[in-house]
Design a protein. Sequence first.
Length: 105
Amino acid sequence: MRFLFRLAGFLLLAAGFVMLVADGARAIADGRLAFTPLGPVLAWLLPSFFQRIEPLAVDNVGAYLWDPVLVTLFDAPAFAAATVVAVLLLWIGQRPPEPIGFSTR
């Protein structure tokens, strides 16, 4: 199970780096700093689910979660969100520390 978390973490970390490089190349070409927001990336990856996120959030949790929290999250740069999730997955998939005073030799 740790292997799957680590694999997903490394793949997301690579995807975040690719998004950062693509955003950097676009920023150089346009002459202004602009990052790809997370919302359009999720809409492209999960089109049917992304349309249902707002009604699910408003109905189940409340409108107070949708407007300040999720809208701000969907405006965040996609590379930063991918990097945060990747670091979280890598942290979950790390090996447990060896006990002190125990040798495996």
